[in-house]
Design a protein around this ligand. Structure first.
Ligand code: SF4
Length: 274
């Protein structure tokens, strides 16, 4: 039964990751990262055409997570920067024509800051752009984290909820570090896209939209765009695979009207809301 489910679960992205790792040579002491999967030709996770590396391991436990299988750091595939770059450079014409490049997603890629930084340095040397898709839960600005910030061109920052009580219910942690991270990026003159997953009864209320709008407004030019991502149930089956209860069983995806209402509120605070 488990084997059957595992086979069904193997997405094209996971197969891609396994394929590129098949012939790699890892030298003793070489820096490696643990990845879950790879998606090529992405168009929504950063500017231009993107090569998206989904890293293994996450420090949040979002109730709506559709990447439940990325949580455990020990799972996934071990890869070197060279293995990834050998594949990434083959997409150069697409990146060069669109301003695209590599997006580190997950899971939470910042947990593997040293490896992601090393990858991003190589991506920059090849002339492509870098994006970090992150929950921003950075408690300590270690040298590895600071280097990762330096090597990241655009941050895709998930602001899960402005109300900290709801935030804790939704992801298991306070929003304090994420909000501080956004302010820190602004001070450094970094660019970010702010993303909100609209989850009915958790993050779809007007109060949250206004609070988020005000926060984004304070970040000023640092925020290039704001994106609303409607909650969906596509990752629900993964929770069943891990025998985890899915607590949002009764929650339906948000209506168009609800999304439009939030969008219109946010447009009072930022001109680019999608
Ligand atoms: S931060 Fe992302 S990968 Fe981690 S639990 Fe939340 S939705 Fe899932």
């Amino acid at each position: 039964m488990t084997e059957t489910i595992t086979n069904i679960e193997k997405s094209v992205a996971q197969q891609n990751a396994q394929q590129i790792a098949v012939n790699q040579v890892i030298h003793e002491g070489e820096l490696t990262g643990r990845i879950h999967s790879i998606e090529t030709g992405g168009t929504v996770d950063g500017p231009g055409i993107r090569y998206i590396v989904f890293f293994q391991g996450c420090n949040f436990k979002c109730l709506y997570c559709h990447n439940r299988d990325t949580w455990n750091f020990k799972d996934g595939i071990e890869v070197t920067v060279k293995t990834l770059m050998d594949e990434i450079v083959t997409y150069a014409p697409f990146f060069n024509a669109t301003g695209g490049g590599v997006t580190a997603s997950g899971g939470e890629a910042s947990i593997q800051a040293k490896f992601v930084t090393s990858l991003f340095k190589a991506v920059h040397e090849a002339g492509f752009t870098t994006c970090l898709d992150t929950n921003g839960y950075i408690k300590n600005y270690t040298p590895d984290i600071n280097d990762l910030i330096t090597e990241t061109d655009t941050f895709l920052l998930d602001l899960k909820c402005m109300n900290d009580d709801i935030h804790k219910k939704l992801v298991g942690h306070t929003n304090k570090y994420t909000l501080d991270f956004a302010k820190h990026l602004k001070e450094l003159g970094k660019k970010m896209w702010i993303r909100l997953v609209v989850v009915p009864t958790y993050t779809d209320d007007e109060e949250n939209a206004h609070a988020m709008g005000k926060f984004i407004q304070e970040l000023g030019e640092a925020v290039e765009r704001v994106e609303l991502l409607p909650y969906h149930e596509m990752g629900k089956h993964k929770w069943a695979y891990f025998n985890d209860p899915y607590q949002l069983d009764d929650i339906e995806p948000p209506s168009r009207e609800s999304l439009l209402k939030i969008k219109n509120i946010l447009l009072n605070y930022h001109k680019e809301v999608h």
